[in-house]
Design a protein around this ligand. Structure first.
Ligand SMILES: [Zn+2]
Length: 507
């Protein structure tokens, strides 16, 4: 301990929330009126960068201050026995609880319960199982599912596809038929939603907070409201000023947005409405954060409570032609997230525009609450620099580009996408495609123009050196035992065949 009375900590991570969709980051739509007020008395980081995307590449950085591929590409999640923000705080005498809105990659299967006295992941057995399937098992399951198309329909489809454009026309007609005529009746936003909404988690958190004694606490909430498919509570849509949207319209938009047979050109007509639904998810987080803070105030704990609020990665809305959040897509809409740190007694400082890596968040938070960061963390505390407003400079992010399903060894062991960025420039090395792309984020914030190979040689060399240092420079020896334990667990998961799989795709 640092000689100060330890403060309590609330960590809120929001899935799929990019930096430019937060009011306090300059977004014009009213996604975060409550959080904008909180930001006015908090430290706001203009450029917080995740250690990797999606969820499974982001959270080792967030909770264990460790690059996602440090233990080897075979390792998914946190290793058994790994030191994390939660284990450090629990060891320091904190009451700890986590409420996670049914993101299977953040379940006990992948080590995320470690250090939490109370851990609720809201996953049904069935949903949890479906996530430990590899692609072959998913295909097998899909084949067993009752067919949406009758045998007759399938014959017509096959025939239509034999005649080029007629196939596309058939697909379109069939999609419209399913959506408009054969659609389920009496559906509601609640029945369509795939993850528990933020109010459900905040209710649980408030009940837990009310049960606590005087010891400091650590509460982690992971909220999925802005995650696809986008089915926000209707109150949030209305709060955004979008009027009433019928659930059937919401389903039609989501199903259209999810279509694999449409290119960016044809998807574009759904984009604005889809963004409005996603934003309403953020607004629901904002409304529920207001409730949580009110409960903390009412219990007299607010004044000794540090709050860290961020996202595990962003979301694409055709900015570069893509949707959702794939590991191969290293654009800022995926890597740049909001980060707000509220520490009682610390006034608002203008933070440096340099990228602040999530790698340093856990040690910096620990320092801010008054606990010594552990030596196992790869990041370091920037608490002193954060209070001064500057002093950090470079962020590294990494993922395996083709790993859209980490339970699939073939995908998991693919080549790395490595991103190094400083305040102005960003270098993206894709070892699968064998490409090296340098962007000037000041002149080209939308990353539309790759700089020519002979441009900015000094900068390129500096960022390449940092990339090399990242790949070679770390002492892996002490981590061998952790990596081995995690691989044994992975082996066990892959041996246990799911009995009741279902279709899901959340990251
Ligand atoms: Zn995520």
């Amino acid at each position: 301990m640092n000689g100060r009375a330890p403060k309590s900590l609330v960590l809120v991570t929001v899935d799929c929330w990019r930096a430019d969709h937060a009011g306090f980051m300059g977004y014009p739509a009213p996604t975060t009126p409550f959080l904008d007020g909180l930001a006015a008395e908090s430290l706001v980081f203009p450029k917080a960068i995740v250690t990797g995307a999606p969820t499974y590449y982001s959270f080792p950085g967030l909770l264990a201050s460790r690059f996602p591929l440090s233990l080897g590409r075979e390792v998914v999640g946190l290793a058994p026995g790994e030191v994390t923000l939660a284990t450090v705080l629990e060891r320091s005498g904190y009451e700890t609880a986590a409420f996670v809105a049914a993101n299977p990659y953040l379940s006990a299967r992948f080590g995320y319960q470690q250090g939490f006295g109370v851990f609720r992941d809201f996953l049904s057995e069935e949903a949890a199982r479906s996530y430990v399937m590899n692609s072959g098992e998913r295909r097998q399951q899909a084949a067993q599912r009752p067919r949406a198309r009758t045998r007759f329909n399938q014959r017509v489809a096959k025939l239509a596809h034999a005649f080029g454009p007629v196939g596309a026309m058939y697909d379109e007609l069939y999609f419209q038929y399913c959506q408009r005529i054969a659609a389920p009746k009496n559906e509601s936003w609640d029945s369509l939603r795939r993850f528990p909404a933020a109010d459900v988690l905040v209710n649980e958190a408030c009940t837990w907070l009310a049960s606590l004694g005087q010891r400091p606490f650590f509460l982690w909430l992971h909220l999925m409201d802005p995650h696809a498919p986008y089915y926000p509570p209707p109150q949030a849509i209305e709060a955004m000023g979008a009027g009433r949207v019928r659930p059937a319209r919401g389903r039609y938009l989501n199903e259209s947005w999810n279509r694999c047979d449409l290119g960016p050109g044809r998807l574009r007509k759904y984009r604005d409405e889809i963004v409005r639904l996603h934003d309403a998810g953020v607004r629901w987080v904002d409304i529920q954060m207001a409730r949580l803070v009110e409960a903390l105030r009412a219990s007299g704990r607010w004044e000794s409570c540090v709050v860290a609020l961020t996202a595990d990665h962003g979301e694409e809305f055709l900015d570069h032609g893509g949707r959702f959040h794939l590991p191969s897509r290293a654009y800022q809409e995926s890597l740049h997230v909001p980060l707000l740190l509220r520490v009682p007694g610390v006034g608002k400082k203008v933070s440096s525009e340099a990228p602040f890596s999530h790698l340093h968040l856990a040690p910096t938070i620990l320092d801010a609450v008054g606990i010594e960061p552990p030596p196992e963390f790869e990041g370091r505390s920037y608490w002193r620099e954060v209070q001064a407003g500057a002093g950090w400079g470079l962020a590294v992010s990494e993922s395996v580009g083709r790993c859209t399903n980490p339970m699939d060894p073939e995908k998991r062991l693919g080549s790395r996408v490595l991103v190094v960025q400083d305040r102005r420039h960003k270098l993206v090395l894709d070892f699968e495609r064998r490409t090296e792309e340098l962007f000037d984020l000041d002149a080209d914030p939308g990353e539309q123009r790759i700089l020519p190979q002979d441009a900015e040689k000094t900068i390129r060399v500096r960022l390449l050196r940092a990339a090399l240092q990242h790949l070679e420079g770390r002492d892996r020896e002490p981590k061998a035992a952790l990596a081995l334990a995690a691989r044994v667990r992975q082996f066990g998961l892959e041996l246990s065949r799911p009995e009741m799989p279902s279709e899901t795709a959340a990251t």
